[in-house]
Design a protein around this ligand. Sequence first.
Ligand code: ATP
Ligand code: MG
Length: 872
Amino acid sequence: MTSQEVRTRFLDFFKGKQHKIVSSAPMVIKDDPTLMFTNAGMNQFKEFFLGNSVSSSKRVADTQKCLRVSGKHNDLDEVGKDTYHHTMFEMLGNWSFGDYFKKEAIQWAWELLTDVYKIDKDSLYVSVFEGSDDADNLEMDQEAFDLWKAIVPEDRIIMGDKKDNFWEMGDQGPCGPCSEIHVDIRSKEEKTKVPGASLVNQDHPQVVEIWNLVFMQYNRKANGSLENLPEKHVDTGMGFERLCMVLQGVQSNYDTDIFMPLIREIEVITGHKYGNSEEVDIAIRVVADHVRAVAFAIADGQLPSNSGAGYVIRRILRRAIRYGFTFLGTKKPFIYRLVKVLSSTMGNAFPELKTQYQLIENVIKEEENSFLSTLEQGLVLLESVVKTSKTKTIDGRKAFELYDTFGFPIDLTALILEEKGYGLDMEGFEKALQVQKDRSRSASEVSKEDWTVLSDDSTQEFVGYDALEADVKLVKYRKVSSKKEGDQYQLVFNLTPFYAEGGGQVGDKGYLKAPNGDVVYVVDTKRENNEIVHFSENLPKDVSGTFKAVVDKKQRWRTASNHTATHLLHQALREVLGDHVEQKGSAVHSKYLRFDFSHFSKMTVEELRQVENFVNARIEGQLPLEENRNMPLKEALGQGAMALFGEKYGDTVRTVRFGQSIELCGGTHVKNTADIWHFKIVSEGAVAAGIRRIEAITSDAVKEFYFNNNRMLFEIKDLLNNAQDPVKAVEGLRDENAALRKQVEQLLKDKAKGLKNELMGEMEELNGIQFLAKKVDLDAAGIKDLAFEMGGQISNLFLLLGAEKDEKAILSCYISKDLVSNKGLNAGQIVRELGKFIQGGGGGQPFFATAGGKNPKGIEDALKQAREIVVS
Ligand code: ATP
Ligand code: MG
C-alpha cells in the first residue's frame, strides 16, 4: 500500500464515522508562548479541551505536521541513529470533543488496524495506565483495561507507568491516561525466541509504538496540580511513517516510499551507498530526515535565523550539513538539491512544498554555503589551537570559544581532535557552556502565577474594529515576573477594544479607568492561544466593577495607516515586479512598516519609484475600506484574496478590501486610504537568499521625515550664506575644492623639487662616497620619493634623512647599490643600529631601509653617528 493510500484510508475511515476532516495546522506556532512548534496533533485543539472555545464539530480527524526538536518532546538526538524517530513527522489523529470516549476510541482503532489495514492481530500489543502513587495519586485505568480485554487476549495487555501511559503536552495544559498500540515486526523465528510482550517500550527498533489513544480528562496547572476538565475528550495520534513501515512490510521508516526517493538521491549526489556502513547510513538518514523538517518549516514561513524558532531550524539544518561534511564527504552545498525530490513526493499532500519550492531551495543553499565556510574557518582555527597547545588535551574553554563565536559544533571538534591524537577537556567545555546558559536563562526566565478567575464569562469579544473605547469587566488576571520586564500583570476582559499583536501588527496601548477615577496603563496587548491578554505594570486597586478601556488613538491611527499601506505595497509589488512576489513576513508598527517578500534581485530606483507612485495614487484615490468579517474561506479565495502560507484560517474569514487590493486579514485599518496621507519607502535590501525587505513610513512619520529634511536644507542654506540655489552653491564648492587640491599638490611637488636641489648642493664627499645626513620636513612617503630620485642621479650616494611628525621620529637610509656591493654597507643594518637613538627599530633592504621611534630628540645624534659609520 503506498503512503498516499495509507493516508487517504485513515481519513476515509473516520469520515465514515462522522468525523469532519480538517487540514493540518502550521508546524510553526505563532501565538502560544508555551510552545514553538506543533509537537502533536492535539495542539491546535488545546482550547477545545480546556473548554475555552467550542468546536463546531465534535468529531474531527486529520494528519498533522509535527516537529519534535525542543521542549518536552525532543527527539533530535535520536534521529538518524534509530530507524523510527523523526524530527518532522505526520501524526494521524481522530478527536472527540466531549463526544465519544474510551469505548469507541478503542474499538475503532482496532477495527482500522486489523480490518482496514489488515495488520496481523498477533503482532499487536496494547498498554494501559497502571496508576501512580505519587503526588497525583491516580488510579489504574480499569475502564480501558476491560475494553481491551474484550478484544485481545490478556497477555497482550501491558500495564504501563506514568512515563509511557500518561500523556502530557507540556508542563501545563490538558492531559490524561493513555492506551498505546505497539506492533512487533520481527520475523517468526525471532518472535518464538523472545516474546514480544517483553520488548514493548524497551526501545526495540522492531517492536514500536504506532498509535497512542489519549483520554483527556485533566488540566495540569502552573502550580503542578491536576484539575478535572469540564468534559472528557479523546485525542489520538498515530505515527504515519511508522504505520507505513508496518504496512509496506519493511524494517525501518526509512525503507518506505516516503524516504526511499530522498535516500536514492543522496546516494547519487554523494556516491555513498545506503546499507553498507552504519556511520554512513546514520548520516544519510539524518540528511533525509532533516531536509523535510527544514523544508516544511520554511514553507510555513519560518526562515533559519539566530533566535527562537528560526534558530532551532538553523540548528537542524546544521546538524544535517555536519553529518554530510563528516561522514559523506560533502564539502559543497548539496541538501538543497533534495528539495526537488521532496516536493515531488510530498507536494500532493502538502502543496506548499510545490509553490514555495524555489524559495526553499535558495534558503537552504545559502545556509549551507555560509555554514560550510564557518566549518572551514573553524578547522583552520582548530589547527592553530592544536599547534599552540602545550599538552595533548585541548582546553575546554578554547573549544567553547570555537563553538560560541563560530558555531563550530563540539562533537566535530572532539572528532577532529581524536583523529589528530588529541584529547578534549569536555568538563571545561561544559562548565563554560553552563556559565553562558545560566546567564541567558536568568535574563529570560519568566515566572507565572496561576490565574485569579473573577468570572467564568469567556466571550472575549474584540470590539476594536468599531470602537476605541468600551466598558469592560475583568474576567481574570495574574502576575508574571521576569528579569527583563520586571513584574507585570496580565488582564483578560469580557470584551475589549484593544487589538492584540497578530498578523504582523503590534498590540494596542492605552489605559483603563476605574469607577473611582484611578488609571492603569495598558502597555501592550497580546494573544495567548485564544485569549486577548492585556499587559499592565500594576493592578487596579479594586478589580471588580466596570472599567472604561481606552485605546491610544494616535498610535492606533498610525498603526492602521501602516497596515493599510502594507496591503497597498503588497499589491504594488505584484503589479510592478510580477506575480512571483509573495509576502514573507511583515511588521506593522506605529512608526514604520516592514515588508519582506520573495524576489530575486535588488529593486532598481525606477522600480522603487513606481511602487511608491502606485501606492500614493491609491491614497490620493480616497479608496474606502470594504470589510467583510464573515466570508466563507472559499468565497474569499475565489475573489482573489491574498492568503498567507503558514497561517491557519478558519471556515469563515475576514476580508479587507481597498479598491483592487483584497486580503485575508484580522488587522485594523483606516476607513479610507486618504487617512494615510502619504507613503514613502525609506529602504530596500536583502534579508536572505531570494527575500527582499522594504521599510516604509506613512502619516505622521512622513510629515516628520519631510520636516526634518526641510530643516536640514535650511541649515545647509545657512552654512552657504543663504545661497538662493543651494545645489549650485554646493557644486561651486566642490569644483573650487578640486581646483585647490590640484594647486596644493603642485605646490608640494615644487617644494620637494626645491628641497632636492637644496640637498644636492649640500652633498659632501667622504671616502669616495657622496654623503648627506639631514633632518627634513617630509613624511615617510615624501622621504622615500626624494631618496629614490636622488639615488637615480648619484651612483655613490649615502643618504640618511630624519624627520619628526606627531612626536614620533623616522630615519630612512638610502645607499647606492654600488656601495652596497663594493663597500659592504647595509641600510637595513644601519637603521637598526641608529634606531637606538630614537628609541625604536626598523629594517628593510640593504639599499633602502626605514626605522621609526618615539624619541625625535635622538634624530640629531643618529645623523652624527651616520657620519661616523661612513668615515670609519
Ligand atoms: P516514542 O515513545 O516511540 O517516542 P511517544 O510516546 O513519544 O513515542 P506520542 O507522543 O504518544 O509518542 O505520539 C503518538 C505517535 O506518534 C506515536 O505512537 C508514534 O507512532 C508517533 N511518533 C512519536 N514521536 C515520533 C517521532 N519522533 N517520529 C515519528 N513518529 C513519532
Ligand atoms: Mg517520544
